[in-house]
Design a protein around this ligand. Structure first.
Ligand code: ADP
Ligand code: MG
Length: 625
């Protein structure tokens, strides 16, 4: 029997493990099961190249909980460890890893999920155990194995040990403050989170199954409970999978989600980096938050994290699915990740694949793509705004819907607006509505003039509009209710004739101004079309856009936090009713008519509220009686 001091070059590792990693205690199981998987993969590899000639046998990994003895045992039939290997990999190497770890993270606090990447994986056992035993027999050793123990301090014991079969048992004597891990449901939870797709069968507990015997009798049997799927869909070749297989895998990933994904992308790259995975497009609601953390990152089928920030562009975090890559460095900070060349390549590749898929779907069946458009448009708009490369690609499949239900690409739209939508300065003016119900009257007025109105109704609309204006020369966007339509697409400078003379206009203006809040409403008396409304209230396009941008963040409008709400209140001097109001001899009655007309214009824009609305209703009844 050998006893000794673990070679601690930095400082005692055990307090460090407790201190830095306490919050992430549960990863001990992932680390120990991963080691068991590594050892199993190694023996399989050795067998396949003829280095190991014995029987492989059942290679399942077993997890056993003994509540009485307060132990958790993880057993594998992998390569095992010789005494030299224990000395090298457990007693020495782990601690040089620890030194790195301490140096890098002593000031910062540890990022979750990195412990395994510092060769500290095995020692994470001490986050939950007061004593750890390794009982192991290497495939190189005959009969004799080794027994190592350590009680969470720098001393260990190492002795030979009679072990029947090849492989390793790690026995954790659970500490008093970690007894939650002796509960089956907790272990199940962890296995389900971290080990669901490990490439070797993992057995925890038993389950009952009913089997039909030859004589048609049913028999109940207790069998090992395998908790993982060692061959998840993303590890297979796409040509071997049917649409149904992808849907089934989606259900496997998100058992609590009932909605089906719209379509999927199977990623499969060997060079210049290693990347596999399946991404799903879910139905995306307009107000959905990004960073849903629905994509899971794996390394060689070991779950690492579901926070992909810095690894894929933000807009893609709206997708669901799995990415598996051993080429994503995890022992670094998120901000470093974003500047890492390899990660940039991976991120660029994923973005490209998403664009390829969308373009393919669009070309293959445009009608079907249009049907799905409403469910994916937020993601595509977000992508267009945040990634210039994606914007360039999206020009070929990004759609814009008009109020008649037609879907057009931006180029098709531009083409269809030639002539009619071009104003006196040669700008193509795109009219859009953000709410077809609320802006119905304005849409109708535009359509009556044979104008096309498109629907842009996501929270990203002001940014999208801005992006298009910057990308396309001589193309401007105006919301259909931001001015009378004849002012939105101004065909010439000529002044229309009106029904009021200059003096009447002056007097009307001052009367209207006397009835509204001058800070909020800028009053003008204009000669509009005779069939335009007598009074119109609008918020100018640029003003509304600034406010919206400021509300959704970005757009370079910082410092305008309290932009006042101002509107144009336009009286149509070319309308019969305006003339009638001006001809009213009774001053009281005239005032009431002006007030009533102002309120109707406000009502038309959902701007009449509270007491003003109540007064309006009362005044209307009074006028009727
Ligand atoms: P890593 O897995 O990153 O190498 P660990 O601290 O998890 O670091 O493990 C250290 C080493 O101990 C492993 O590289 C391996 O050589 C050895 N080891 C740990 N667990 C086992 C096991 N179950 N079977 C065989 N070797 C193991
Ligand atoms: Mg490990």
């Amino acid at each position: 029997m050998q006893t000794g001091n673990i070679n601690v070059t930095a400082q005692n590792i055990f307090p460090i493990i407790k201190k830095f990693l306490y919050s992430d205690q549960e990863i001990f199981l992932r680390e120990l099961v991963s080691n068991a998987v590594d050892a199993t993969t190694k023996i399989k590899a050795l067998a396949s190249i003829g280095e190991f000639k014995g029987e492989l046998g059942d290679l399942s990994i077993r997890i056993q909980v003994d509540k009485k003895a307060k132990t958790i045992t993880i057993s594998d039939k992998g390569v095992g460890m010789t005494v030299e290997e224990i000395e090298k990999y457990i007693n020495e190497v782990a601690f040089s890893g620890a030194e790195d770890f301490v140096n890098k993270y002593k000031d910062k606090g540890a990022d979750k999920g990195i412990i395994g990447h510092f060769g500290l994986g095995f020692y994470s056992a001490f986050m939950v155990a007061k004593k750890v035993e390794i009982i192991t027999r290497s495939f190189k050793d005959e009969e004799q194995g080794n027994h190592w123990t350590c009680e969470g301090n720098p001393e260990f014991t190492l002795d030979t040990f009679q072990k029947e079969d090849r492989g390793t048992d790690i026995v954790l004597h659970i500490a008093d403050d970690a007894e939650e891990f002796l509960e089956d449901h907790r272990i199940n939870e962890l296995l389900n989170k971290y080990c669901k797709f490990l490439p070797v069968p993992i057995i925890f507990g038993t389950k009952e199954v009913t089997e039909k015997k030859d004589d048609e009798k049913e028999e109940k049997k207790t069998v090992d409970n395998i908790i993982n799927n060692p061959e998840p869909a993303w590890t297979k070749t796409p040509t071997d999978l049917k649409d149904e297989d992808y849907k089934n895998f989606y259900r496997e990933l998100y058992p609590m989600t009932f909605e089906e994904p719209l379509f999927h992308i199977h990623l499969n790259v060997d060079y210049p980096f290693n990347l596999t995975g399946i991404l799903y497009f879910p139905k995306i609601k307009p107000n959905m938050d990004v960073r849903q953390n629905k994509i899971q990152l794996y390394q060689n089928q070991v779950f690492v994290t579901d926070t992909l920030e810095g690894i894929v562009p933000d807009f893609l975090t709206l997708l669901h699915g799995v990415i598996d890559s051993s080429d994503i460095p995890l022992n670094v900070s998120r901000s470093y990740l974003q500047s890492d060349a390899q990660v940039k390549k991976i991120s660029g590749h994923i973005t490209k694949k998403v664009a390829d898929k969308l373009e393919q779907l669009f070309k293959q069946d445009r009608e079907d793509f249009a049907k799905k458009w409403e469910d994916i448009k937020v993601l595509i708009e977000y992508g267009m705004l945040s990634e210039d490369k994606f914007f360039e690609r999206a020009k070929s499949f990004g759609l814009l819907k008009d109020t008649q239900g037609n879907y057009l690409t931006i180029d098709e739209l531009k083409e269809s607006l030639q002539e009619n939508h071009v104003d006196k300065d040669g700008n193509t003016v795109v009219l859009y509505a953000s709410d077809v119900e609320a802006q119905h009257g304005f849409i109708k007025k535009a359509e009556d003039k044979n104008y096309k109105v498109i629907v842009l109704d996501t929270p990203l609309t002001p940014h999208v509009v801005q992006k298009f204006e910057m990308a396309y020369d001589k193309m401007t966007f105006s919301r259909v209710d931001s001015a009378p339509v004849e002012q939105l697409i101004k065909k010439d400078d000529s002044e229309k004739n009106g029904l009021l003379d200059e003096k009447q206009k002056e007097s009307l203006k001052s009367m209207v101004e006397g009835l509204v809040d001058a800070k909020k409403y800028s009053v003008t008396i204009d000669n509009l079309d005779a069939n335009e409304d007598p009074v119109i209230v609008t918020m100018p396009e640029f003003m509304r856009r600034m406010k919206e941008m400021e509300a959704t963040g970005g757009g370079g409008f910082y410092g305008m936090a309290n932009l006042p709400e101002t509107y144009n209140l336009i009286w149509n001097a070319n309308h019969e009713l305006t003339k009638k109001v001006m001809e009213e001899g009774d001053a009281e009655k005239q005032k009431a008519l002006i007030k009533q007309a102002n309120d109707l214009a406000l009502l038309n824009q959902q701007l009449l509220r509270g007491e003003d609305l109540q007064n309006f209703v009362k005044r209307s009844y009074d006028m009727m009686s």
